[in-house]
Design a protein around this ligand. Structure first.
Ligand code: S3P
Length: 425
């Protein structure tokens, strides 16, 4: 535990670490490709290191050197049966995506993770993978990890997913690489499309039409060089702090602005935020630099198709809403309940402790902004995005804030506190 005080202004330039979703995928697709894959700006967070360890256990040589990762891919049929239980740690992305790959292997695997992973819903991947012919069971019969996966010959299916989830979509597309016919996934709303973009880059035949992604069975993927853009989900804490801490001005460099991830920018602008998008680069995954200046924000309604594009940023958007004038209503975000913590309950518990006016609903929250925040003891529930969001809240609060379990930031942003320190003058 350590304490955070109100800040005067945040000023300067910052480069956030590599994107978590893209880092996971680079390791996975590189492992399944023929030849070498080089990854630069890889996120050295605990979740992505869990993915590396899982693929090492599946027989892939992965060199993790300062500055770059080298993956010696063995092709789609080159994985070996692991001699241990695979451990995905805290990572939902590792658990769900690797399940799609393991479902097609000629061996059996057991896959588990930490206490949080063992409570997260896996029926959402078990159902479609079983429809494809996979033999996948929850060892505790509760539709959660540990999972036992017996690889099988898979069939192409057209799956209509009830949730807009890139993890579900990606698990099915990865299984579809190995199926006997085309596989399609239709989502209610399009979720992040990093798998589609990167699979295509590695040579897979992936198409998208509206909210449906298609993949054809593939004989081979080819190793590539992947440069991972900065993670907009990590930039989100600095976007929020820059907008809400009076007098702030921040330049956040090389941020991924894929339209399936950029909801925080659209919402911040709609709330009256002063953000200038500079140096856009659309070569591969789009990136830009973001110039963020302190702004008087106002509340808005956030619902519908934009929700999947900002789902991981909703905790820090709650903090922006608490600092804004007027009411913010968040709807269609029931998925918040099944993240690393129940983020509806945990936001209500902790923002209330700081003096904010917030009410939880079935699928979101209602925040009456503009109430002065005061320091409090915050329980992160070991959820990295809660710990970082309340660090931003602490910068706005009178008095001292203590965040219990704040080391969980190592999941996605190990240097978060050091980076924040460079901006506090
Ligand atoms: C992710 C997808 C999202 C997101 C998670 C990362 C991914 O989860 O919340 O942090 O890398 O595919 P869902 O697929 O459950 O929406």
């Amino acid at each position: 535990m350590s304490n955070i005080q109100r800040n005067e202004a945040l000023r300067g330039e910052i480069t956030v670490p590599g994107d978590k979703s893209i880092s996971h995928r680079a390791v996975m697709f590189g492992s399944l490709a023929d030849g070498l894959t080089e990854v630069t700006n890889f996120l050295q967070g605990a979740d992505c290191l869990s993915t590396i360890e899982c693929f090492r256990s599946l027989g892939i040589e992965i060199e993790n050197t300062p500055g770059r990762i080298l993956i010696h891919g063995k092709g789609l049929h080159g994985l070996q049966a692991p001699s241990i239980v695979l451990d995905a740690g805290n990572s939902g992305t590792t658990t769900r995506l690797i399940s799609g790959i393991l479902a097609a292997q000629p061996f059996e695997t057991t896959l588990t993770g930490d206490a949080s992973i063992q409570k997260r819903p896996m029926r959402r991947i078990m159902e479609p993978l079983s429809m494809m012919g996979a033999d996948i069971t929850s060892l505790n019969n509760n539709d959660c990890a540990p999972l036992h996966i017996k690889g099988s010959r898979l069939h192409g299916i057209h799956y209509h997913s009830k949730v807009a989830s890139a993890q579900v979509k990606s698990a099915i597309l990865l299984a579809g690489l190995y199926a006997d016919a085309e596989t399609k996934v239709t989502e209610p709303v399009v979720s992040r499309n990093h798998s589609e973009i990167m699979l295509r880059y590695f040579g897979a035949n992936v198409k998208t039409e509206g909210t449906t992604a298609h993949i054809s069975p593939e004989p081979r993927l080819t190793g590539q060089c992947v440069r991972v853009p900065g993670d907009i989900s990590s930039a989100a804490y600095f976007i929020a702090a820059g907008l809400c801490v009076p007098g702030s001005e921040l330049l956040i460099k090389n941020v991924g602005i894929n339209p399936t991830r950029d909801g925080i920018l659209r919402i911040a602008l709609a709330m009256g935020g002063n953000i200038t998008i500079l140096n856009e680069n659309h070569d591969g995954e789009p990136t830009a630099d973001l110039l963020v200046k302190y702004s008087r924000l106002h509340g808005i309604t956030i619902k519908g198709d934009i929700i999947p594009t900002l789902i991981d940023e909703l905790p820090v958007i709650n903090i922006m809403a608490a600092a804004a004038e007027g009411t913010t209503v968040i709807q269609d975000a029931a998925e918040l309940k099944v993240k690393e913590s129940n983020r509806i309950d945990v936001m209500v518990e902790n923002l209330t402790a700081m003096g904010a006016d917030i009410t939880g609903t079935e699928d979101g929250m209602i925040i009456e902004g503009g109430k002065p925040l005061h320091g409090a003891v915050i329980d992160s529930h070991l959820d990295h995005r809660i710990a970082m969001s309340f660090t931003v809240a602490a910068l706005l609060a009178k008095g001292e804030t203590t965040i219990k379990g704040r080391d969980c930031i190592n999941i996605s942003y190990p240097s978060f506190y050091e980076d924040l320190e460079t901006l506090r003058r």
